[in-house]
Design a protein around this ligand. Structure first.
Ligand SMILES: Cc1cc2nc3c(=O)[nH]c(=O)nc-3n(C[C@H](O)[C@H](O)[C@H](O)COP(=O)(O)O)c2cc1C
Length: 221
């Protein structure tokens, strides 16, 4: 698959079939993604892949917690600044509108939004999830390394005919994830990445992007 095709065909898929993800494909993807760059080659990502019975158990525990109105685990990092300035606030609200209108959910329908959110902890039906951890002692440049690594994983998954959805939502129930993967104490969960084959029957709206002129400046004179 051409790199441009991998980039443009990747999207956050929120409906997967239950067809198992071949382990050899996952192993190829993770061996390839290990070549992602990182400052001083620190390779600050630490990955746990969960499938099968442990994943079913985790989905059950997490969704039960959420359905019971259990409060989120206290945060180890802020997902977004409390006050999101322009143009980010507008982009976030445009995304929310697109996402909920695709699901036929009214903006004020809190219960329906809640039900849609619960799908996060069911991995949107995906039979595999990767959890990405980072050492608490590392700083912002290493978080950026982790982002490059995750994008490399997502693109290589496309080359295997697979799709994915990155999910910070998993950090809201991070202690439940920790119980399953039992990471060393110095690691903290950044996000999950659900992995599987797309369910073509699940409707979606393709997210847009700001015009390139808004985010890129060429200085050539
Ligand atoms: C770090 C990160 C965390 C995300 N967390 C979630 C999440 O918890 N749940 C979700 O449904 N989508 C999540 N997304 C997906 C974004 O909403 C999505 O990437 C964005 O709207 C752009 O759409 P696209 O990926 O389909 O092009 C996350 C994406 C990133 C990069």
């Amino acid at each position: 698959m051409d790199v441009y095709d991998a980039v443009t065909s990747r999207r956050a898929v929120r409906g997967f079939t239950d067809e198992p993800v071949p382990m050899d494909a996952l192993e190829r993807v993770l061996a390839g993604a290990a070549w992602a760059p990182s400052g001083s080659n620190l390779q600050p990502w630490r990955i746990y892949v969960v499938t099968g019975a442990p994943l079913e158990r985790l989905k059950k525990l997490a969704t039960e917690r959420v359905a019971a109105g259990d409060p989120w685990d206290e945060r180890e990092y802020e997902m977004y600044p409390r006050e999101l300035k322009s143009p980010y606030a507008e982009r976030r609200s445009a995304f929310g509108k697109e996402r909920y209108s695709a699901l036929g959910i009214e903006r004020e329908d809190w219960e329906a939004r809640q039900r849609a959110a619960i799908a996060n902890w069911e991995c949107f039906g995906a039979p595999a999830v990767l959890f990405c951890y980072i050492d608490r002692a590392l700083g912002r440049p290493q978080w950026s390394d982790v982002g490059m690594y995750l994008q490399t994983v997502m693109l290589l998954l496309r080359a295997e005919g697979l799709h994915s959805c990155p999910q910070m939502a998993w950090s809201q129930v991070r202690k439940t994830v920790d119980e399953t993967v039992q990471p060393p104490d110095d690691l903290m969960l950044f996000c999950g990445l659900s992995i599987g084959y797309e369910d073509p029957d699940v409707s979606y709206v393709r997210t847009g992007r700001a015009p390139v002129e808004e985010t890129v400046t060429f200085i050539d004179a």
